[in-house]
Design a protein around this ligand. Structure first.
Ligand code: GDD
Ligand code: MG
Length: 352
C-alpha cells in the first residue's frame, strides 16, 4: 500500500489493556510485546508511523508498563522520539488518550494520530491525514476514524456514515450490529479534542467520547479503506497475522525478510529434515527437532518442538516445550509449559 508521507506529526498508541483474550500468553507480558512475524507487535505499528512521517510517538501504558521501554527504547531506531506515559490504574481508552495530553505539543489544531495498540493495518495513513485536513462545509474535522468492512461486526464498534462520509453514530459491540462498517482503531484527532475528554477518571473513547462528539454535531468523518487489516487480540488472529506478514499477504515495514514461507531467527535451531512452512516463525533460541512439522505456527523465543511433533496454526510461548510426537492443531501453549510426548490437544485449547 502506498503511504503518503506527512512531516512531523505526533501519534499515541493506547497499549494498556490486559490482553485477556490472549491468556495465557499475556500472563507475564502485554499483548503489545508478543512476537508477530518475529518482532514485538508494537514494532510493526511504530515502523508504520515512522514511515508515514511521525516524529514523536507516545505509548499510553498500564499493564506490565515497565516492560515496554527496555524492548522499544527511545525511538531512535525508527528516527523518531518515543515516550511513555503510565497509568497507575487503567483509565480506559479515552482516559488513556486524555492522560497523554501533557506529553503532546500544545498546537490546538495539530493532527494527532491515535492507534489501538493491537491493530495491523496497511491502509494509507497519509491519505487519512490528508482527508482529515479537508474542512467540511467550512468547518474543521474534529476526528477521523479509519473504518473497515467485516462479515461479523459484533466484536467491534459499528460506525454508520452518511453519503458525505460523516459519522452518524458510534455503537460499541452490539449483538445486533447496525452496519458491517466498523471502527478499525486508527484515529486522527484535532489536538484540542483531547483536552475535552474528562481527566483523572475512566473514560471509554468508544462508549462516551465518540457518541458524544457525534450527538453534539461535531465533524466526525469516516476514512473507509479496503487494505489489509487485522486486530491481533486473540490467539487465532495473532497466529494468522504473523503468518500473513511472513507470506506477504499483509505488509509491515518491520517484518524481517523471509523466503515467503517461514521466518527463522539466525540463532534458532531447526533440524535439517524438519518441515517449517505456512508462514511460521521460529524466534531466537527456539528449537525444532528432527522430523517435526511446524505449519502456520509461531514459536516464541526459546520454545522447543521435540522430534516428530506436528504443530498447525499453533502458538508456543517463550521457553515452552512440545514433547516428541505430540500433535497440536490451533492450540495456545503458555510460557514454559511442558506438553507431554504424543499428546493430542483439542483445537482451541489453551495450555498453561
Ligand atoms: N492505556 C490504556 N488504558 N490502554 C487501554 C486501556 C486502558 O485502560 N483499555 C484498553 N486499552 C488499549 C488496549 O491495550 C488496546 O490496544 C486498545 O486499547 C483497544 O482495546 P481492546 O481491548 O483491544 O479493544 P477491542 O479490540 O475489544 O475493541 C476496540 O478495537 C476494535 C478494532 O480492533 C474498539 O476500539 C472497537 O471499537 C474497535 O472496532
Ligand atoms: Mg483489540
Amino acid at each position: 500500500m502506498e503511504t503518503t508521507r506527512n512531516s512531523g506529526f505526533e501519534a499515541v498508541i493506547v497499549a494498556g489493556g490486559f490482553g485477556t483474550r490472549l491468556l495465557p500468553l499475556t500472563k507475564h507480558r502485554p499483548k503489545h510485546l508478543l512476537e508477530v512475524a518475529g518482532v514485538p507487535f508494537l514494532e510493526h505499528q511504530i515502523a508504520r508511523l515512522a514511515q508515514a512521517g511521525a516524529d514523536h510517538v507516545v505509548l499510553a501504558t498500564s499493564y506490565h508498563a515497565d516492560l515496554f521501554e527496555p524492548i522499544l527504547g527511545d525511538g531512535s531506531r525508527w528516527g523518531l522520539r518515543l515516550s511513555y506515559v503510565l497509568e497507575d490504574e487503567p483509565l480506559g481508552t479515552g482516559g488513556a488518550i486524555r492522560n497523554v495530553a501533557a506529553a503532546l505539543r500544545p498546537d490546538p489544531d495539530a493532527p494527532i494520530v491515535i492507534l489501538n495498540g493491537d491493530v495491523l493495518s496497511g491502509h494509507d495513513l497519509g491519505g487519512q491525514l490528508a482527508d482529515f485536513a479537508r474542512p467540511r462545509d467550512g468547518r474543521p474535522v474534529e476526528v477521523s476514524l479509519h473504518l473497515v468492512e467485516v462479515t461479523d461486526a459484533r466484536a467491534f464498534g459499528c460506525v454508520p456514515t452518511d453519503g458525505a462520509g460523516r459519522v452518524t453514530a458510534f455503537v460499541e459491540k452490539s449483538d445486533d450490529p447496525v452496519t458491517n462498517q466498523v471502527n478499525a482503531g486508527c484515529y486522527v484527532f484535532r489536538r484540542a479534542v483531547i483536552d475535552t475528554i474528562p481527566a483523572g477518571r475512566v473514560v471509554s473513547v468508544e462508549r462516551e467520547t465518540f457518541p458524544g462528539l457525534v450527538a453534539d454535531g461535531h465533524v466526525v468523518v469516516g476514512f473507509v479503506e479496503t487494505a489489509y487489516w487485522r486486530d491481533v487480540g486473540t490467539p487465532e488472529a495473532l497466529v494468522a497475522a504473523s503468518a500473513e506478514l511472513v507470506r506477504g499477504v499483509g505488509t509491515s515495514p518491520a517484518t524481517p525478510s523471509s523466503d515467503g514461507d517461514r521466518w527463522v531467527a539466525t540463532d534458532a535451531d531447526v533440524a535439517g529434515d524438519a518441515v517449517v512452512d505456512g508462514g511460521s516463525t521460529v524466534c531466537g533460541g527456539a528449537r525444532v527437532g528432527a522430523g517435526a512439522l511446524v505449519r502456520g505456527t509461531v514459536l516464541m523465543p526459546g520454545a522447543v518442538v521435540e522430534d516428530g511433533a506436528q504443530l498447525t496454526d499453533a502458538v508456543v510461548g517463550p521457553g515452552a516445550r512440545v514433547g516428541a510426537g505430540a500433535r497440536l492443531d490451533r492450540v495456545t501453549v503458555g510460557d514454559g509449559v511442558e506438553v507431554p510426548a504424543d499428546a493430542r490437544r483439542e483445537a482451541g485449547s489453551r495450555l498453561e
